[in-house]
Design a protein around this ligand. Structure first.
Ligand code: SF4
Length: 232
């Protein structure tokens, strides 16, 4: 049985909009379909949503579900980091495809910075992340995986996620199980937890590997305790 990553890590879309231009971007399609903002290529900061971070019940949050960290203005980032520091009960994840545009340092304990890698030619993003974002926690999302990334330098990476193409294009783009096993073995050699996204079930079968970092598991355990107390 597989678990859905969206049940473990919730989206908090503080910024909507992105200029990276991925052809498969669901955020751009949804933004246009539901007219969430006027122009997806001009990211907007929804400052009022920062209040969501004040809730005491711990949660794992992805803050870049409809944006890319490289498109955030520096003052937005600083305001968000300040709020993250004030709310250590949560864990916060960021993703970017353009780590070459970033340059900052943070000592936040509960912030995780990651890059998306979809093919071998994008492995440079992992090096750029480690050198341009000087932080305590790193992760890499290999999704959708279009080719074999081969040997990957995962030094200093704390978590990897692997996924495949979803939606209409999933009929033509297939992730190979061998690529997934290879990444998993390389990560496990370094004791890095690996999470196969639920979309991989048709490729990998029901025996899924779905590991999370201890800090995320702790949040989920505290959530369960919180929910049990509430139901009494
Ligand atoms: S980086 Fe993310 S938000 Fe930006 S276009 Fe690509 S998929 Fe969409």
């Amino acid at each position: 049985m597989s678990i859905c990553i969206k049940d473990q890590i919730q989206n908090m879309n503080l910024v909507i909009g992105c200029t990276v231009g991925c052809p498969y971007c669901y955020a751009r399609n949804n933004t246009r379909r539901y007219h969430i903002i006027d122009d997806f290529e001009k990211p907007q900061f929804f400052q009022g949503k920062l209040r969501m971070m004040e809730k005491k019940k711990p949660q794992n949050f992805l803050l870049t579900g409809m944006s890319d960290l490289s498109g955030w203005h520096e003052e937005w980032r600083e305001e968000v980091f300040k709020k993250i520091a004030e709310n250590p009960q949560h864990q916060f994840l960021f993703l970017t495809k353009r780590p070459d545009l970033l340059s900052f340092e943070t000592n936040l304990d509960n912030a995780w910075f990651g890059v998306t890698v979809t093919r071998k030619s994008e492995l440079w993003r992992i090096d750029a992340l480690r050198s341009n974002v000087r932080a305590k926690h790193y992760h890499v999302t290999f999704e959708p995986l279009f080719d074999d990334p081969g040997k990957v330098d995962l030094t200093g990476i704390d978590w990897i996620v692997v996924g495949t193409m979803t939606g209409a294009k999933s009929r033509t783009v297939k992730t190979d199980s061998g690529w997934v096993y290879s990444l998993t073995e390389q990560a496990h050699e370094l004791n890095i937890p690996v999470f196969w996204k639920e979309d991989l079930v048709p490729i990998m079968g029901e025996e899924m590997i779905q590991e999370m970092p201890d800090a995320f598991n702790k949040v989920l355990e505290e959530q369960r305790i919180w929910n049990n107390q509430k139901s009494k």
